[in-house]
Design a protein around this ligand. Sequence first.
Ligand SMILES: [Cu+2]
Length: 331
Amino acid sequence: MKPGRAARLCFLLLCLCCAGCTGWQSAMDPQGPAARRLDQLFWLFTGTAALIWLLVMLVLALALLRRRMPPEAVAEHRSTVAVGGAVAATVLIITGLTFASYLATRQDSAGHADALVIRVRGFQWWWEVTYPDAAPDHSFLTANEIHIPVGRPVRIELAAADVIHSFWVPNLAGKQDMIPGRDNALTFTVQQPGIYRGQCAEFCGLQHAHMALLVVAEPPEAFERWRAAQLAEAQAPRTPEAAEGQRLLEIKACGACHTVRGTAAAGTLGPDLTHLASRQYLAAGMLPVTRGALAAWIADPQTIKPGNNMPMVSLSADELQALSAYLVDLK
Ligand SMILES: [Cu+2]
């Protein structure tokens, strides 16, 4: 290996270790029973494999030390016993590990009577999040950021709009694929309030690496406040500039792809923008939600996230200012 490549490999390993230890998007820092079961499974597999490796090395070393062969008959008898024993041990160990992984993951797709149901649909390259409710005026849509109450099971129903994606929030649960035409689900409970980062885990095209999401786990009261705020229609413009922004959003192409509840914009090809500014990031983790970032994104989404499905809409500088003034107020 060339020294440059070795250095890069070391750097990568170091980064992985840091990410693992700090717990930022790490399966090694479980924050709920589902993730903890997987973490234990990981150590069970690693421990078993390490033990077997040590054992094999030991036997190999012994064999190398005792080079001189015993008489033929004895050797044959011994090796039959050894091979038979090794086969039996292999079958036992593999059966045990298979059973352990069944136990660890069987509850991931189980239903819970009191689970909070959230629907997540993968798009190239963002996440549509629906909070369904029996009363239609109590269900709402958002994108890329999922709020959940701590201590209550959450059932995420997964679907895909275009290609196969995979929902993965390493600190909270295992991966689950999102497959067009097939309904998958993932159930987990989070015990610690916090913000957990997730990532699409199935290569889904050009911007797969920029398809992140956040899970915000908060105390039940904070979650209910958030839900009530999301249910409301969009904040009405407070300045003439913002009012102009709303008008532009409705008459330009934006409204054909985006919904802002309470306005004429009702498209469904892009993220719902009704409470855009209540979220932390734009474009699935790419930019923070600030007025500057909004203007940059709208002015040229294809330079920031090449190949994504939002086209550049031709706008004057004033129009761009008005749109960003309007959007940054959609709390
Ligand atoms: Cu992907």
